[in-house]
Design a protein around this ligand. Structure first.
Ligand SMILES: [Zn+2]
Ligand SMILES: [Zn+2]
Length: 647
């Protein structure tokens, strides 16, 4: 019998009979590993334990300690869900069931929509199937046979998936749970070896969905759930979900009067006055960060002729995401979905000397992306948004310094907002444009910049954009959720397409490098994150209303108005509650509006020229002179995030 040579992660190797399974490798290493094994990495590819080794290969056994384990678990749980649903609801048609960031889902076409009680029944069935410890078996089916099989079962969506995903293949992989009567699905895999491995899972919601997320397609029902490698992790996640519900920016946005939506403008927010104050405060804050650091603010057109998009390449690979419009002469035009091409055009209209570089453009004008209606959600998935966008045009040798400068800005902004973050360096992907040597040089410069800025980072090999390496940042919010926001991307390709150059000291023309960068990313999405991070209780500098004056009785109105005017004259955003309501009700409502300071005024305060200061958290700071309050409020605003504010 022929042998294959298996190389293990510690560098050792062993000879195994050809056709040995990944499971056999685990068993050969130790009985403990055989028991813990969930899947294998064979030459960098995640496979089932039953995967046969026909050639020499590098093999790593995946256990619940491996980075791949969670997604594997979740996707396997999605199959378990589909098995339970098809057993309980005959005639249901299965769509797709991927693992996602915080769990998994499966989409179904059902005779009637699911109701919350169904979730309990389905979850119980899943536990039953898990207790039986049924095997996930990979079967290779002739492609046409698989299509005929699913067609006969009344599963045209599976037939469509096989057609789309396996073109040119003779055989396709299907997975059963126990046997094909119990459950069968077309899937490339892999999965955990058996259902008994799945313990810590929970179904969460049912919602309307569409095949492929497109409202023009068949309506479906999505069941979302989550799964973890331990009960403890699951419990922590469920607690976080409860907390997130209370902080939901859509709910708080409504309650705090920040923004709203209308069916006539899907995915485009109406910013109410308070939300507009918040938006503008952040926009001006970002100007205050960027303009003293060498940026200039520009405004470029919203609608461009398709010639621009053809030049940038968007017309061929991004057109379906852009709103197309027609000019009065019948010109084909599209609304910009990003600022980059406009900035290239603007840059190219002037001659630039090496002495002028870097040139740094900042722009906050609206962008539009024609997102599918089905995926629009609050401020996090919208069709209209603005970014704190910027492009730096640099000489290749300036990349390191420029990125280091950028890293400091990122640090400063997240410090100001009291958010922690992690950096990830994405390097050359499998498919890339340009020369390997250019990539290596650029990656080395990014690493040096990260080291010099003293910033710890994770290395994501192969995660760069096809046009250049990048650094992405995940921020962690107050309840431990991670959000990707800031990004720094090097681009060597667009300068070629748009012929972007500078005149060097040698009097010759040279190519610039473009750095795409954003710190907030989309203002809309970032505001959603901030609302949930602060649970609507913004720090003083961001609060749409910073203080409200609450007169105890009508006779205190004149004095209260003079206090409000005094605050406004100092630049504070202050309101006056003139209603003839009881003071306790006024206080309670101001607290619900999460206004940082309530200034109660009655006989004594009017006589002494003071205000009785209450915090929204319920703290009573006693009587202070108006001047004293104004001075301390202005100091707190200047301190930004360093003055911690609790919900
Ligand atoms: Zn699968
Ligand atoms: Zn860009």
């Amino acid at each position: 019998m022929s042998q294959v040579n298996v190389t293990l992660p510690d560098g050792s190797s062993r000879s195994m009979p050809a056709g040995s399974l990944v499971r056999d490798v685990a068993a050969a290493i130790s009985p403990g590993l055989a028991k813990a094994a969930l899947a294998g990495m064979v030459d960098g590819r995640l496979v089932d334990l039953a995967y046969p080794l026909e050639h020499d290969a590098a093999v790593r056994i995946v256990t619940d300690k491996s980075p791949e384990a969670l997604a594997l678990y979740r996707h396997s749980t999605a199959h378990l869900l589909a098995a339970a649903v098809t057993n309980l609801f005959p005639g249901v048609q299965c769509g797709i069931g991927p693992a996602i960031d915080d769990g998994f889902f499966y989409d179904f076409i059902v005779p009637r929509p699911f109701v919350p009680e169904d979730l309990e029944t389905i979850e119980n069935k899943m536990r039953e199937l898990a207790d039986e410890d049924l095997v996930y078996e990979r079967q290779m089916w002739p492609r046409e046979e698989a299509k005929a099989f699913f067609a006969k079962r009344g599963e045209p969506l599976k037939v469509q998936l096989i057609e789309e995903k396996t073109e040119g293949q003779k055989e396709v992989s299907c997975y059963t749970i126990k046997d094909k009567e119990t459950f069968i699905d077309f899937c490339v895999g892999p999965h955990v070896p058996s259902t008994g491995r799945l313990k810590a899972f929970k179904l969460l919601t049912t919602s309307a969905a569409y095949w492929k997320g497109d409202a023009k397609n068949a309506p479906m029902q999505r069941i979302k759930g989550t799964a973890f490698l331990s009960e403890k992790d699951l419990k922590a996640h469920l607690t976080q979900i409860e907390e997130a519900k209370k902080r939901d920016h859509r709910k708080l946005g409504r309650e705090l009067g920040l923004f709203t939506f209308h069916e006539w403008a899907p995915g485009a927010a109406f910013w109410r006055d308070k939300g507009t104050v918040l938006y503008n405060t952040l926009a001006n804050y970002m100007r205050g960060v960027l303009l003293p650091n060498g940026y200039v603010e520009v405004k470029t057109p919203i609608v461009f002729n398709k010639a621009l998009w053809e030049r940038s390449g968007h017309w061929s690979y991004y057109r379906q995401n852009m709103f197309e419009v027609q000019g009065s002469e019948g010109e084909e035009m599209a609304m910009k979905a990003m600022n980059c091409p406009g900035h290239y055009v603007l840059y190219s209209m002037d001659v630039h000397s090496y002495r002028d570089l870097p040139v740094r453009f900042h722009e906050q004008t609206p962008l539009h992306r024609n997102e599918l209606a089905g995926v629009l959600s609050g401020l996090t998935r919208v069709r209209q948004f603005s970014q704190d966008d910027g492009h730096c045009f640099v000489m290749p040798e300036q990349i390191g310094d420029e990125v280091e400068r950028l890293l400091k800005l990122v640090q400063r902004v997240y410090d100001d907002l009291g958010m922690t973050y992690t950096a990830k360096l994405g390097t050359r992907p499998a498919e890339f444009l340009g020369e390997v040597e250019t990539w290596n040089k650029a990656e080395a410069q990014l690493k040096t910049a990260l080291d010099r800025a003293g910033m710890a980072y994770e290395l994501n090999e192969g995660d760069g954009a096809f046009y250049g390496p990048k650094i992405d940042f995940d921020i962690t919010d107050a309840i431990g959720r991670k959000w990707q926001c800031a990004t720094i991307q090097l681009d060597y390709q667009m300068p070629e397409r748009f012929d972007l150059k500078y005149v060097g000291a040698d009097n010759h023309e040279h190519r610039v490098v473009v750095i795409h960068r954003a710190i907030f990313g989309s203002f809309e999405r970032f505001i959603a994150i901030l609302i949930e991070h602060y649970a609507g209780a913004f720090p003083l500098w961001l609060a749409p209303v910073q203080a409200i004056v609450l007169p105890i009785a009508d006779r205190h109105l004149a004095y209260a108005a003079s206090v409000r005017d005094r605050l406004a004259a100092s630049g504070l955003r202050a309101e006056l509650d003139e209603r003839q309501e009881k003071i306790n009700l006024k206080i309670r409502e101001a607290q619900l509006q999460k206004i940082p300071y309530m200034l109660v005024v009655g006989d004594r305060e009017a006589a002494e020229g003071t205000v009785a200061v209450r915090e929204r958290s319920g703290g009573d700071k006693g009587a202070r002179s108006v001047d004293n309050f104004v001075a301390s409020a202005l100091e707190e605003i200047a301190n930004k995030g360093k003055a911690t504010v609790s919900a």
